[in-house]
Ligand binder design. Structure first.
Ligand code: ATP
Length: 340
């Protein structure tokens, strides 16, 4: 058996003139966790829906364990657990009835079905909520239910679209630990999220998509290293006086960029890799009357790296800015619309 769980080759999905997925190629090996990162509208959901056999590519191939998602959707659906970013709940259906309904749809029968539903409820910690109406759960518990549904057939591969969106910090930590357990069991997990720091911790690799194009695929360390040199030095600066003074000062100094506002000042980026230059800038700030009470170096994080990368793409400094046109081949003509 090949070691590749998910394989996507030259995948295109156009909606009229809109190039939602624009020549995407990547592979994810069995047993690894891959984070799918991109801004709103970058093409994550579209790619994931194609992988889940819920949409057709305009051109190109997507395979799950060697099965083409277009020609072998039944095999693909048997292998994957799909957790969409939004899923409908039925009124007046309890948690246990909801899972039982999907277990029936998957072909589980009798005792085996009851056992599987119970196992899933235990794993997702839904046993105490078994008799609650599924459409009245908190966001965190709704996500647990969605995960439970995706796990019913014990899939080898989990495709999760923004599972942490809208969760409070506690629910996010709990979801993360469930994902970690699944990863330790050897499942392949393809997960999209905007929360980069969390993805970096739990993913073996990160796949960055921008305007339908893959712009980076590697582990988080390689991403941080790649952008560190060009990214300059980052400092947290706190002032005893008006915090707004810092952003105004940065506007007048081209080598210093104001990155984000913080309660007592902000985070700045110095366009240099020399700490001596940072010391000179600190000196200048003090001379200009800024009441600095703290000035310390910060590590570059994944959000910084991602923003750096988007900046480079906008400036045309790295590949991904100019996508190759879709080949002039006859586009795939789907037999009929796939259903959710
Ligand atoms: P988000 O993080 O906001 O969910 P995303 O990266 O998942 O974004 P997609 O949902 O894949 O992005 O959408 C990519 C682009 O394709 C967007 O511009 C979106 O509006 C468009 N799009 C998606 N589905 C359709 C559709 N069925 N018809 C027309 N346009 C669509």
């Amino acid at each position: 058996m090949s070691n590749v769980a998910i394989s996507v080759h030259n995948l295109y999905r156009y909606f009229g003139p809109l190039k939602a997925v624009n020549g995407v190629t990547f592979e994810i090996p069995h047993g690894s966790v891959c984070g799918f990162v991109g801004a709103n509208g970058a093409g994550k959901t579209t790619t994931m829906r194609i992988l889940a056999s819920l949409d057709y590519p305009t051109l190109g191939t997507a395979e799950i364990c060697g099965f083409n998602v277009v020609s072998h959707p039944e095999e693909v659906r048997r292998l994957i657990g799909w957790m969409p970013d939004h899923f409908g709940n039925y009124e007046h259906m309890t948690v246990v009835e909801y899972l039982d309904f999907y277990a029936r749809a998957l072909g589980y029968k009798g005792k085996e079905r009851r056992t599987r539903v119970q196992e899933v409820m235990e794993f997702t910690d839904l046993v105490p909520l078994a008799e609650r109406f599924s459409n009245k759960l908190s966001k965190g518990n709704t996500q647990r239910l969605g995960l439970g549904r995706a796990l019913l057939q014990d899939p080898q591969i989990l495709i999760m679209d923004e599972p942490a969106a809208g969760l409070d910090p506690k629910a996010r930590v709990e979801l993360k630990s469930l994902i970690r357990v699944l990863a330790n069991e050897g499942k392949t997990i393809f997960i999209s999220s905007h929360i980069l720091s969390e993805l970096g911790e739990m993913c073996d690799s990160l796949l960055f998509i921008n305007s339908g194009r893959i712009v980076h695929h590697g582990d988080s360390e390689s991403l941080l290293m790649q952008t560190d040199v060009a990214g300059g030095l980052l400092y947290d600066v706190q002032l005893a006086g008006d915090p707004e003074a810092l952003s105004t000062w940065c506007l007048l100094h081209p080598k210093v960029e104001f990155m984000e506002s913080r309660k007592y000042g902000g985070r700045i980026r110095i366009d240099s890799t020399e700490v001596a230059e940072a010391a000179e800038i600190l000196q200048r700030m003090v001379k200009d009357g800024m009441k600095i009470c703290e000035f310390h170096r910060e590590e570059r994080n994944l959000e910084d790296a991602f923003i750096d990368m988007l900046g480079k793409i906008e400036r045309g400094d790295i590949a991904g800015a100019t996508p190759p046109p879709m080949p002039e081949t006859k586009a795939f003509n789907p037999p009929s619309n796939p259903s959710e």
